[in-house]
Design a protein around this ligand. Structure first.
Ligand code: FAD
Length: 397
């Protein structure tokens, strides 16, 4: 069995690297490429970031797996993964929600008008989205969402609240799940997906700062009027689309490279470190811990490849994505925990303090890796998916 990439794949990776090397020469490089940046902060907005996304588009690196009729290149999904992996390796913005989540779903279920309007803008890197799923009473149990979309003439009126909606303070469009019917046979029925302009009258956004110093938002809806043309798919039948979009999210937003970068940074920090007067890298228990983490990194890489293989076979990689998200985000946390153990109290010093190893990165990375295990579905939720869909265990709920 050969786990290496084929020659055309390797040539493509070299092409992406050449593009990144050219971008790294530009005067905005420090703003758009920061390998020490944590995954969620790659979602922040800036004019430089938007320009970088346009350059990605101009280079033809967006929508590689989309059908040609929608401006794509009909390459296997693995090519989108290559781009994301190389971007993540330099801490650049990933191709993200537009290409990976919203575009894919619109191609399958959108109306012709939605495809004509959104797909070219996504491909040109010109449009930002926020995902509006979570509510104060509906996070892991997402199907309990209650933001109300009430019929009003030929459209709907939205009232209620969302929470933890990242990017809502700068996005152009909102990918929103709302309750259109509460009388159905189960809570999974009666949810509808909408695509609405973020500047619609009656929407207000306020900041939530996470422990990872990453901004996310609460969003309030006060009689927001939307039209029937803003519905994605069928009214009351949004749940299936959301599940599929969540699988794409776990796949596109959780890359392997940041784990590798963290591990390499830990080894580099320990190179100049002493434990009880002895060089850290010559100490048995340090070497044992690093060998274990190094092996786990290879397992993480294989999880990623299983997701890619499932996608390449045309399957939605539900179980594979859940395993990959669970394993990779918990490994990120384990690498930071190991840094804390091996570097001792100094690792707790934060950015800007003179004695802080790696300029306080371990302290901030530890906080950020906790957040990674929650966003996009918590670790416990991933375990539930694996136990039900992979192991066939009964659902206790
Ligand atoms: C940084 C960040 C960005 C986010 N961005 C977005 C976004 O853009 N859009 C969006 O819609 N949402 C977003 N979220 C929300 C995220 O998806 C939810 O936080 C997540 O699904 C958990 O929901 P909750 O916070 O309500 O916690 P809860 O669901 O209340 O869970 C609390 C705890 O109970 C556990 N738990 C819950 N149910 C079960 C169960 N059945 N079995 C075992 N354990 C269980 C959970 O694992 C967790 O540990 C983001 C969250 C974060 C942290």
């Amino acid at each position: 069995m050969n786990f290496e990439f084929s020659e055309p794949e390797q040539r493509f990776i070299d092409r992406v690297r050449a593009f990144i090397a050219r971008e790294a020469e530009k005067n905005y490089a420090d703003e758009v490429m920061a390998p020490e940046r944590e995954a969620h902060s790659q979602l922040a907005d800036s004019p430089e970031r938007r320009e970088f996304c346009r350059q990605l588009a101009a280079e033809g690196l967006l929508g590689l797996s989309w059908p040609k009729e929608y401006g794509g290149q009909e390459l296997p999904g693995i090519y989108d993964y290559f781009v994301n992996e190389e971007l993540a390796a330099v801490g650049a913005p990933l191709i993200g929600k537009g290409i990976g989540i919203i575009g894919q779903t619109l191609i399958e279920k959108g109306t012709e008008k939605q495809k004509q309007y959104f797909l070219p803008k996504i491909l040109a890197g010109e449009i930002e989205f926020a995902l509006g799923y979570t509510e104060p009473g509906a996070g892991s149990d997402l199907a309990s969402l209650q933001l109300k979309a009430q019929r009003d003439g030929d459209g709907f009126r939205l009232n209620g609240q969302k929470t933890f909606n990242t990017s809502a303070h700068f996005a152009d469009w909102y990918w929103l799940a709302a309750r259109t019917d509460n009388s159905g046979p189960s809570k999974y029925h009666g949810i509808t997906l909408f695509l609405i302009p973020m500047d619609s009258k009656g929407i207000s956004v306020s900041e939530i700062e996470t422990m990872a110093c990453h901004r996310t938002n609460e969003v309030f809806f006060d009689d927001v009027r939307v039209s029937a043309a803003d519905v994605v798919g069928e009214v009351d039948k949004g749940w299936e689309l959301m599940c599929q979009a969540l699988d794409y999210e776990r796949f596109t937003l959780f890359t392997y490279s940041p784990l590798r970068l963290k591990f390499d940074a830990l080894v580099a920090t320990l190179r100049d470190w002493k434990v009880a007067g002895q060089a850290a890298l010559e100490t048995d228990h340090v070497r044992r811990k690093l060998a274990r983490l190094g092996s786990k990194l290879e397992v993480a890489k294989m999880h990623q490849r299983r997701v890619i293989c499932a996608a390449a076979e045309g399957r939605v990689p539900t179980v594979e994505s859940a395993m990959c998200k669970l394993y990779c985000t918990e490994l990120g946390q384990e690498i930071c925990d190991t840094a804390m153990d091996l570097l001792g109290p100094q690792a707790l010093l934060s950015e800007g303090v003179d004695e802080a190893p790696l300029d306080g990165r371990w302290e901030s990375a530890l906080r950020a890796t906790v957040v990674d295990t929650i966003g996009g579905g918590s670790s416990q939720v991933q375990k539930n998916i694996i136990s039900r869909r992979h192991l066939g265990l009964p659902n206790p709920n």
